[in-house]
Design a protein around this ligand. Structure first.
Ligand SMILES: [Zn+2]
Ligand SMILES: [Zn+2]
Length: 475
């Protein structure tokens, strides 16, 4: 053997037999899918564009096709395509997280929805997921559109919840079902991953649009229960994932849109900080956008991250103040360490809806991989916070600056590559403040005081101008 071939052989041996392959073996995966919002009335062939879907609330659809329209909720073909894209990309995930909102948005619920239609929709989606993933456990949470009338989920047992419990009995034990049936929340210690509880919240009980909760007290004793599960987890040396539909904090596409009543928001955030040694991931939906939230302790150290996964529905939000708030359909595959359950990375997949309708094929593609796109080693709170710091320091006037390139990428991914508009200083302010601050007062301080960034960009621009001018004058 020639001496020079030895190092190459050693390297090959290390590659095949060494730690890298062990590391790969230890990586598990789970899908996170959210906000399917099936509009079973969708009719792309309607001649009157205002009549394509009730989810457009009589606005004209833009360019309806087989897989939907940016003004409408998901037709069945889109819902089916998204679940089967999950199957085609990764058919044997360790589990699936499904965070709710199954029915269509409409301004006329009396006409288009009923208790039975809500139950039927949830049943259709449950059956579809079971058909595609017959051997996979689904950890599920209910959304504000999984009730009739929407948002008004009561604090106790009800007809809809009971029906959902029946549909989901393959995924829960009788004890978990009993808790879910009475409250809409439950927790699981998965047999395969006994180190980590999966806690499914009914955060709709804390939603400002739920008229059945006043913003005080503890609806359905959910805070007391959550605190108890987290205490038990800590006492037994376990960790926890929290999954839910509506997240705490603010929506990033408008100046001021909190979801929870202020008291509930404070209580939830306080619990996350108190148990940040136990909680290793928070997974939510509801926004239909792609973003995350940082939780920091009193010393401003990042202690927990919350990921908001984008929706399958492309529906353009009608929330006042949002312009062009549609998105491409998205599904997300997380990777985690099978021993510690720590989330390591995620791959965001998307369907370019316009292209799908044009070419007549639903081609789901990888939009980005978190660690690659953002240059972070993993999804730990410190890593997510380093992404936030880059976004905060970006000067949106500097198109070539590395930080701004990351900011622009983040803003594009926020709508699953639907909204390609340049993210200016206002857009940056909304993204950065909502990611950095889940508490109401610091958030408001941030959105109102963020102009220092503009000033810095402005001053930098002027300094450059003065330097250039002096070169011209003195040369
Ligand atoms: Zn939704
Ligand atoms: Zn929702």
């Amino acid at each position: 053997m020639r001496l020079s071939t030895l190092p190459a052989l050693l390297l090959a041996f290390a590659y095949v037999c060494g730690s890298p392959s062990n590391k790969v073996d230890n990586v598990g995966t789970f899908w996170h899918v959210s906000d399917l919002h099936l509009d079973f009335y969708y009719d792309a062939s309607a001649t009157d564009l205002a009549q394509v879907c009730p989810s457009s609330s009589e606005a004209n659809a833009f360019n309806p096709g087989q897989w939907g329209d940016y003004r409408c909720d998901s037709p069945w073909d889109l819902v089916h395509s998204s679940i089967y894209a999950m199957k085609n990309i990764k058919n044997d995930p360790d589990f699936i997280i499904w965070t709710g909102d199954d029915t269509l948005h409409t301004s006329n619920e009396e006409k288009w929805l009923s208790e039975e239609l809500v139950i039927d929709t949830i049943r259709n989606l449950t059956n579809l997921i079971k058909e595609a993933f017959p051997n996979t456990i689904v950890h599920s949470a209910i959304g504000n559109h999984d009730y009739h009338p929407k948002n008004q989920i009561p604090t106790g047992p009800n007809h809809i919840l009971q029906n959902i419990a029946d549909m989901w009995q393959d995924w829960m034990t009788p004890e978990q079902l009993h808790v879910f049936n009475t409250s809409g929340y439950y927790s699981v210690l998965p047999e395969e991953f006994p180190s980590t509880y999966i806690i499914s919240l009914n955060s709709n009980l804390w939603y400002t649009s739920n008229k059945l909760s006043s913003g005080t007290g503890d609806p359905a004793d959910q805070f007391a229960w959550l605190s108890q599960v987290l205490t038990d987890a800590r006492n037994n040396n376990k960790k926890a994932y929290i999954i839910g539909h509506i997240p705490p904090g603010y929506f990033e596409l408008v100046d001021y849109k909190p979801w929870f009543h202020e008291e509930y928001n404070q209580r939830y955030n306080a619990l996350v900080r108190q148990f940040s040694d136990v909680i290793i991931g928070q997974f939510f939906g509801h926004h239909h956008t792609d973003t995350f939230r940082m939780f920091k302790d009193e010393s401003d150290n990042p202690v927990s991250a919350l990921w908001v996964t984008p929706g399958v529905t492309p529906w353009m939000t009608t929330l006042p103040g949002v312009s062009d708030g549609a998105n491409n359909p998205g599904i997300r595959l997380f990777e985690f360490d099978r021993t510690t359950m720590m989330p390591l990375d995620y791959r965001q997949y998307m369907l370019d809806l316009e292209q799908a309708n044009t070419v007549g094929a639903a081609n789901w593609v990888l939009e980005y991989r978190a660690t690659e796109a953002y240059g972070i080693p993993d999804l730990k709170p410190n890593s997510m916070n380093s992404l936030l710091e880059v976004m905060t320091s970006a000067n949106t006037s500097c198109t070539d600056c590395v930080e701004n390139r990351v900011m622009q990428k983040f803003a594009l991914f926020n709508s699953v590559s639907y909204n390609k508009q340049y993210c200016n200083a206002t857009c940056q302010r909304l993204h950065v403040c909502s990611v950095a601050h889940v508490d109401y007062e610091p958030y408001l301080k941030c959105v109102n005081g963020f102009s220092s960034l503009h000033k810095r960009g402005f001053l930098c621009g002027w300094s450059l101008f003065i330097v250039l001018l002096s070169i011209v004058v003195y040369s």
